[in-house]
Design a protein around this ligand. Structure first.
Ligand SMILES: Cc1cc2nc3c(=O)[nH]c(=O)nc-3n(C[C@H](O)[C@H](O)[C@H](O)COP(=O)(O)OP(=O)(O)OC[C@H]3O[C@@H](n4cnc5c(N)ncnc54)[C@H](O)[C@@H]3O)c2cc1C
Length: 811
C-alpha cells in the first residue's frame, strides 16, 4: 500500500469507483481508492440499476447523458464487455394534465442538452409497453435511452480502467480516522496503515456520517429502506420478441423494468421507514434489510391494476436495502463546507444512473476547481447549519413518498417546517402571509387575500396573479414593507479589508464610509462565481469601521468558504458571519421616504441621503442600518435590524406607515419587479458557465485595476469572444411565464436557454432572461420559446423595460 498519494477516495461503490476513474481521466493518476470490504458491498451490489436520462434541470440531464455515453463505451469494450441494456426506452406515466404539462417542460429543457424526450398519449404508451392498461392514464414521457446495467460489472470496469491508468485500489481496508494537518493535507488512517494525501473524498454511501464524524462534520444525508421484487417468468414477455420499456409511475409510486423474462418492481410506499438512524451494525456488509412487503400493499395494488399480467405470476426474490436521501433529494457532490481539500459524493439515491456523471463532475472540481456545468444543484454548501439529522430524516421521508412527483413552480413541501424563523414570522403569519422556503428560512411569498386561499400548482400563471399584481401596484404608487430574512451577511474588519476585496471582486469596490456598492466575484476561470453588495459602515459606538458583505441567503456557506480560502496569512482581515443575527426590512415605493422620516430621526431627503448611501440610526427605538438600495426599481430602503429589535422596528414602521397607506408585500412581487429592472438572480442568471461579459456585466468589470481572481483567464476569454449572451426577452403569452431551462428555438434549432421569467405587472409584459447565441443577442431579434410544448414568440428587448433611466429608485 502506498504511504503517500495525491487523492484518497474512501468507498468502493459506484460513487467512489466513478470518481477514481474520472480523476485518472482528468490526468491525476497518483490516486487511490480504499474500501472497507469488497467493491460494491454497500448499496451498489443490489441496486435495480436503472439508467435514465431524465433530470429536473440541465445539469442533471447533462451528467446523466455522460453516464449513458460512458456505460455504452464500457459495455462495448471488446476485452471486458459488461451487461448494459442500453436504450430499452422508458415511460414516466401521467394521469393529470398538470403532469403532462410538466413533461412538456422537461422535454423542452432536455432539448437544450441535445436530449430528445417525447410526450406520448395513453394509447402510444400501451403500444410501446404491451403489458399496461390505459385505465386512468392520460399519457407519459418517453425517454428513448432508458435502460439498466449490471452494477458490479460497472464498478469493476471503472476500477479496472482506473488501475490501468495508474490508480490503486485497496480492498478490505477500512478507514478508521482522518487527521488534517496545518498545511491542509490529510492522513487517512486505515486498519492496514496510514496514507498521507492532499485531498480526501468521502464516497461512503450509507456510512457517510461515520466518515464525516472522522473529520468533524455532519452531512445532511439519511437512509431509507427501499424494496423491489423480481417475478417469475411472464410468458407475454418471453414471447414479445423485444425487451419491455421501463416504467415509472407517479400515480402509484412504483418503477418496473424487465429482468430476464420477468419483471423487477420497486416501490416508494407512503408507509416508509428510515434506516440506520441510531447507528449501523459494522457487520452490515453485502447485506439486506428484512423483507416487508406488507408495507407496500398500497402501491402494489396500483401496479397490479396497471399490469394485470402480474396477477398470474409468482414473486421469487425480494430485495430490501438502504438508499440515501439528502435534505432536498439531490446528491451532495463537491467541496465539503468549512473544510479544505475535502470533497464528497454522497446522498446518491439514483447512483447507478447518475454515478458516472457525478464522478465526472467531481473529478473536474477537484482537478480544475470547477466543472463544465454549474453544479450548484449538487453543491454540498447549498444548505446552512439548519440541515441537521432530524430535519434531514423528515425531508428524506417526504422525498421518498414523492419520488416520481416533480416539484411544480413555487411548490414548497411541508415536511420539516418551519426550520428557521425570525421574531416576525408569527406576526406575518397572522397578517395572512404565505411562506416560501429559502435556505431553511420561512420567507413571505405574498399575503393571502383570504385565510383559505390555496391556488392550484401549475406551470401556467395561477390564482396568485392578481394578488401579486395588487402588491406590486401598491409598491409602485404608495409604499410597501417586506421582510427579507436569511440574507447572507459577512462582517469584514481589519485594515486590509478593501485590498482583500479588491482581489476578490472583478470591479471597483466601494470604499468610502457610508457608501454601498454592488460587485461580482469570478472563479479562476474568469466565470461568474458570486454577487455581493459591499456596504462601508463608519466607525461608531456600534463598532469599528467595517464592511458588510451581503449576498443571497442561499450563498451563506458558499461565499464564506470562497472568501476564507483566499485570505492571505499576512493580511489584517477578519470575517464574521452575521447572517443569523440580522434581518432586512424593505421599505419601497414613492412614499417610502415619508414613512422613514416619520419614524427615524434625521434628514432623509435625496440630497442628504442619496441612492447608495448608508446610515446608522434608530427606527423607532430599534437600532438600524439603513441603505438606499432597491431591487424593485422604486425608491427603496433596506433597513438592517438585529433580530432582537426586529419586532420593535416593524411596529415603528407599521405605525408610521399607517398614515401613508403602507401595506405588506412578499418575495413574488419582488421577483416580478426585479425582472422589469433586469436585475439578475444568483444561480438563476448568474452561473459559473458564463463570464461577466457574456452575462452582460461589463460595467462591473475593471480589467486594468490590478490583479484580481479570474483576471488573466477573463482576458483570454475576451479574445475568444462570447459563446452566448444574456438577453432580456418579451414573450408573447399571457398564459404562462417562461420557465428556467426552457429552450429558445429558431428554425428548429436550439439557440438559447431561459434562466428566469415572470410577468411584469407594471409594464404588462411577460419577461424572461436567457442566454442566446451571439447572432441573436441584439434588440428585436426574434425566436420561439418552447413553452410546455407550445411555441411562443420571444423578442429581445432593451434591458430594464420599467423606468430605463433608473429615475424612480434614485428619486
Ligand atoms: C433496492 C434499491 C434499488 C435501487 N435502484 C436503483 C436504480 O434503479 N437506479 C439507480 O440509479 N439507483 C438505484 N438505487 C440507488 C443506488 O444503488 C445507490 O445510489 C448507489 O448504489 C450508491 O452508491 P454509493 O457508491 O454512493 O454507495 P455504496 O454502494 O453504499 O458504497 C459505499 C462504499 O463505501 C464503503 N465504506 C463505507 N465506510 C467505509 C470506511 N470507513 N472505509 C472504507 N470504505 C468504506 C462501503 O463499504 C461501500 O462499499 C437503488 C438502491 C436500492 C437500495
Amino acid at each position: 500500500m502506498k504511504s503517500r498519494t495525491r487523492v484518497v477516495v474512501i468507498g468502493g461503490g459506484i460513487a467512489g469507483c466513478s470518481t477514481l476513474y474520472h480523476l485518472t481521466q482528468e490526468g491525476w493518476t497518483d490516486v487511490v481508492l480504499v474500501e472497507r470490504d469488497e467493491l460494491t458491498s454497500g448499496t451498489t451490489w443490489h441496486s435495480a440499476a436503472q439508467v435514465t436520462n431524465f433530470g429536473m434541470n440541465q445539469t442533471m440531464v447533462g451528467l446523466k447523458t455522460h453516464s449513458i455515453r460512458l456505460y455504452k463505451e464500457l459495455a462495448e469494450d471488446p476485452d471486458y464487455p459488461i451487461n448494459y441494456h442500453h436504450g430499452d426506452g422508458g415511460i414516466r406515466l401521467a394521469n393529470t394534465q398538470a403532469q403532462m404539462q410538466g413533461y412538456h417542460h422537461f422535454t423542452s429543457m432536455a432539448r437544450g442538452m441535445d436530449v430528445h424526450f417525447e410526450v406520448i398519449d395513453a394509447q402510444e404508451c400501451a403500444r410501446r409497453h404491451p403489458l399496461i392498461s390505459t385505465e386512468n392514464l392520460i399519457g407519459g414521457l418517453w425517454d428513448p435511452l432508458d435502460g439498466d446495467i449490471d452494477p458490479a460489472q460497472l464498478c469493476q470496469a471503472l476500477a479496472r480502467r482506473a488501475r490501468k491508468a495508474g490508480a490503486e485500489v485497496y480492498r478490505h481496508t477500512p478507514v478508521t480516522n482522518l487527521t488534517q494537518h496545518s498545511d491542509d493535507t490529510w492522513t487517512v488512517h486505515t486498519e492496514r496503515g496510514d496514507i498521507d494525501c492532499d485531498i480526501v473524498v468521502n464516497a461512503c454511501g450509507y456510512r457517510v456520517n461515520e466518515v464525516g464524524a472522522m473529520m468533524g462534520v455532519h452531512h445532511p444525508v439519511a437512509s431509507m429502506e427501499h424494496q423491489y421484487f423480481l417475478t417469475e417468468e411472464i410468458p407475454a414477455i418471453r414471447d414479445a420478441g423485444h425487451r419491455m420499456p421501463l416504467l415509472r409511475c407517479p400515480i402509484s409510486d412504483y418503477y418496473c423494468r424487465q429482468e430476464k423474462n420477468g419483471l423487477l418492481l420497486g416501490f416508494y410506499e407512503q408507509d416508509c421507514k428510515t434506516w440506520g438512524m441510531d447507528g449501523i451494525d459494522p457487520n452490515f456488509v453485502n447485506a439486506l434489510c428484512p423483507d416487508d412487503l406488507d408495507r407496500v400493499t398500497d402501491v402494489l395494488e396500483g401496479a397490479f391494476a396497471r399490469m394485470p399480467a402480474l396477477l398470474d405470476v409468482g414473486v421469487h426474490t425480494v430485495v430490501n436495502g438502504p438508499i440515501t436521501y439528502t435534505i432536498d433529494g439531490a446528491p451532495l457532490v463537491g467541496p465539503i463546507p468549512g473544510k479544505r481539500n475535502a470533497f464528497c459524493i454522497i446522498g446518491l439515491r439514483a447512483g447507478l444512473g447518475e454515478g458516472g456523471g457525478h464522478g465526472w463532475l467531481l473529478a473536474q472540481q477537484i482537478v480544475h476547481g470547477e466543472a463544465c456545468y454549474d453544479t450548484w444543484c449538487l453543491d454540498p454548501r447549498r444548505f446552512a447549519g439548519h440541515a441537521n439529522t432530524e430535519l434531514t430524516a423528515l425531508k428524506a421521508i417526504e422525498d421518498y413518498q414523492n419520488e416520481f412527483r416533480f416539484h411544480f413552480p413555487h411548490e414548497h413541501r411541508p415536511a420539516g417546517r418551519p426550520a428557521k424563523t425570525t421574531p416576525l414570522t408569527p406576526v406575518l403569519a397572522a397578517e395572512g402571509a404565505e411562506f416560501t422556503v429559502v435556505n431553511g428560512w420561512e420567507r413571505v411569498e405574498y399575503i393571502k387575500p383570504t385565510p383559505d386561499f390555496s391556488p392550484t400548482l401549475s406551470f401556467d400563471f395561477d390564482g396568485t396573479f392578481d394578488v401579486i399584481a395588487a402588491e406590486v401596484a401598491n409598491v409602485q404608487t404608495g409604499v410597501g414593507l417586506a421582510e427579507v430574512n436569511g440574507f447572507n451577511r459577512i462582517e469584514i474588519t481589519g485594515a486590509d479589508r478593501h485590498a482583500f476585496l479588491d482581489r476578490m471582486f472583478c470591479g471597483t469596490v466601494a470604499r468610502r464610509d457610508g457608501r454601498v456598492g454592488l460587485g461580482y466575484l469570478l472563479n479562476h476561470h474568469g466565470m461568474v462565481k458570486a454577487e455581493a453588495t459591499v456596504a462601508n459602515l463608519p466607525a461608531s459606538d456600534r463598532g469599528p469601521a467595517r464592511i458588510w458583505y451581503g449576498s443571497a441567503a442561499a450563498s451563506e456557506l458558499h461565499d464564506m468558504d470562497w472568501l476564507t480560502q483566499h485570505l492571505q496569512a499576512d493580511e489584517d482581515v477578519q470575517l464574521r458571519s452575521l447572517t443569523n443575527n440580522q434581518t432586512i426590512l424593505i421599505l419601497a415605493g414613492p412614499r417610502a421616504r415619508d414613512v422613514l422620516s416619520d419614524c427615524a430621526r434625521g434628514d432623509w431627503s435625496a440630497a442628504a441621503f442619496p441612492w447608495l448611501s448608508l446610515r446608522e440610526c434608530f427606527v423607532g427605538i430599534a437600532p438600524a442600518t439603513v441603505m438606499g438600495v432597491s431591487f424593485s426599481g422604486e425608491l427603496a430602503y433596506e433597513i438592517h435590524v438585529p433580530n432582537a429589535s426586529l419586532y420593535a422596528a416593524y411596529l415603528a414602521l407599521r405605525q408610521a406607515g399607517a398614515a401613508h397607506g403602507l401595506k405588506l408585500f412578499g418575495a413574488r412581487a419582488v421577483e416580478s419587479m426585479r425582472m422589469e429592472k433586469s436585475f439578475l438572480h444568483w444561480k438563476a442568471d448568474l452561473i459559473t458557465e458564463f463570464d461577466p461579459f457574456e452575462t452582460g456585466l461589463d460595467r462591473f468589470v475593471t480589467l486594468d485595476k490590478g490583479d484580481f481572481i479570474g483576471r488573466d483567464a477573463l482576458r483570454k476569454r475576451l479574445t475568444d469572444g462570447p459563446r452566448k449572451k444574456l438577453v432580456v426577452l418579451q414573450v408573447q403569452s399571457a398564459q404562462r411565464p417562461a420557465h428556467p431551462g426552457a429552450s429558445l428555438m429558431r428554425g428548429g434549432q436550439v439557440v438559447g436557454t431561459i434562466t428566469s421569467g415572470d410577468w411584469g405587472h407594471r409594464t404588462g409584459l411577460n419577461l424572461a432572461h436567457g442566454f442566446v447565441v451571439p447572432d441573436l443577442a441584439h434588440i428585436a431579434a426574434e425566436m420561439e420559446l418552447d413553452s410546455c410544448g407550445q411555441c411562443l414568440r420571444a423578442t429581445v428587448i432593451p434591458p430594464s423595460p420599467y423606468d430605463p433611466e433608473f429615475a424612480r429608485m434614485k428619486a
